[in-house]
Design a protein around this ligand. Structure first.
Ligand SMILES: [Zn+2]
Ligand SMILES: [Zn+2]
Length: 307
């Protein structure tokens, strides 16, 4: 069954089932009824998310490692840069050299394997813009979750025996708390236990809250611990319009328990494995999703959603 057909069918299933005194389909229907114009840029009150890579640690024939493009206020941000990020962002219609910042959730290869290529390509294109063009001078930030990852990036640069256009990018290793504010988006990092912490307790795996100037709020889980340690404080305080949540490291019954009645308008699940492509996945996801208290979808590479 085609995914879109499934979503339509799921809307009907959910409408019949009804959850928590309301029908999921009443909220989900408008979105599933209208095809999304993937090339359209977001309006002033919108955030556009393009799911560039939605697979977990092993790529599939149709899905690449983790990468999401967030566009709002005329700027382009990348969350995680797994292998395949450069080509797939270009194919999705955004030019690499127009990226304004890159945020890496944690130093696992399926989240940074494409970072060096991405950084090099952005700078490579900028190098050839003529002096005076805005993009020729624009610098951009790459926010890294650990000193170890910064060392890896520096070691690759050394192995190349050249400077790799150092003029444009700016590495920053972040810790918990607010890590970025360009007046268009504010980003807060919440540590989790997906990876062992440093001896002093410092986390190296993070979830992110994006607060956009137009008021939209989006939470990215990053990868989580098997206990589903989604940092709820980042969601509960003011609620979020969308939760982008991984779907591989925990038993889904924990997600049902912990997501219950959270102030989340919608959840998009990604970073999922082969099981969610195997025979019968539609019914399994419908069963899972019908237990949640907000509408939810499972995403695939190239999917676009406007928030
Ligand atoms: Zn991962
Ligand atoms: Zn991971």
């Amino acid at each position: 069954m085609e995914r879109r057909d499934f979503l339509k069918r799921f809307g009907l299933i959910a409408a019949m089932a009804g959850v928590g005194g309301k029908t999921l389909a009443q909220e989900a229907k408008p979105e599933t009824a209208q095809p999304v114009d993937k090339k359209r840029l977001p309006n002033a009150d919108e955030v556009k998310l393009t799911f560039i890579g939605t697979s977990h640690g092993r790529v599939t024939t149709t899905r690449a490692h983790s990468c999401t493009l967030l566009q709002t206020g005329g700027k382009n941000y990348v969350i995680d840069a797994g292998e395949g990020a450069v080509a797939n962002i270009m194919k999705a219609g955004t030019h690499i050299s127009d990226i304004n910042a890159i945020f890496i959730t944690h130093p696992h290869l399926d989240h940074y394997g494409g970072l060096y290529g991405l950084q090099q390509q952005i700078s490579s294109f900028r190098k050839f813009y003529k002096e005076g063009e805005p993009r020729a001078a624009a610098t951009y930030d790459i926010l890294l979750p650990s000193e170890d990852l910064l060392k890896i990036m520096k070691d690759i640069k050394t192995a190349h025996h050249h400077g790799v256009y150092p003029k444009w990018h700016h590495f920053q290793v972040f810790k918990e708390g607010q890590i970025f504010d360009d007046g268009n988006i504010k980003v807060t990092a919440y540590g989790n236990d997906h990876m062992s912490r440093l001896p002093d307790g410092t986390p190296v795996a993070f979830s992110f809250l994006f607060e956009c100037a137009n008021g939209k709020r989006i939470f990215f889980s990053g990868d989580l611990h098997k206990s589903f340690d989604l940092p709820l404080e980042g969601i509960k305080k003011n609620g979020v319009d969308l939760l982008v949540c991984e779907l591989v490291h925990y038993p889904i019954k924990l997600a049902v328990e912990r997501l219950k009645d959270l102030p989340v308008k919608k959840t998009c699940f990604q970073h999922h494995g082969d099981a969610w492509e195997a025979k019968g996945w539609e019914e399994r996801f419908a069963k899972f999703s019908s237990q949640l208290t907000m509408p939810s979808e499972i995403m695939t590479d190239g999917d676009v959603r406007f928030v």
